[in-house]
Design a protein around this ligand. Sequence first.
Ligand code: HEC
Ligand SMILES: [Cu+2]
Length: 198
Amino acid sequence: PGGQSEINDLHVPLGQPVVIRMISQDVIHALYIPALRIQMDTIPGRYTEMWFKADKAGSFHLFCSEYCGTDHSEMDGTLTIMQPADYQTWLTHAASSQTLVSAGETVFQSYGCSACHRANSTVKAPSLAGLYGKPVPLEGGGTVIADDSYIRDKILNPDAQKIAGYKQTMPSYEGKIPEDDLIRLVAYIKASKDSAHD
Ligand code: HEC
Ligand SMILES: [Cu+2]
């Protein structure tokens, strides 16, 4: 998280549990890694998850196993399972220009989120620092845990679950923010630590 990004390749450490959280930006696909006997659909508009702990280093195939359209058969890649020390070297040396979190910060500014959500804003909007994983009290009672899906849904459809104690003034970004920017925004909000704020 916040480190490398890659396309058609996936590097992971040996002997360590790895969670893959997935979403599609077009149609239904599925990630299938035969060597690990795991497979899970990737769906537009919804996160799915699978996990594994690899016990053998090496290179293995990964495939899309959902017939998704033209060039479905081209939709494959390589899973590289590395010794933990090699993985650390790979993490630091194959450095991508920008981490997900820092890209997310840029996007947060460029879509104007910071206008309302920065600490000294004149708009009364909740601080997003330390939000991830916390229970959020909803208008009319009940709470919801601020996980990836909650944050994503809030950005696309802020009226669906209104927060207790705030006037809902946030615009919907449905159809305005592409999936890859949503992933960056969620990563940025997730990494924003609590700054001794309520
Ligand atoms: C016009 C002001 C405004 C803008 C612009 C805005 N927000 Fe909000 N946002 C709010 C307000 C007000 C709330 C709380 C209202 C409610 O949900 O009832 C809120 C709630 C949220 C929440 C839920 C917070 C919580 O405590 O549960 C998230 C996450 C969020 N906004 C993210 C964003 C992101 C990301 C952007 C930019 C893409 C954005 N907002 C743009 C005003 C704004
Ligand atoms: Cu496919």
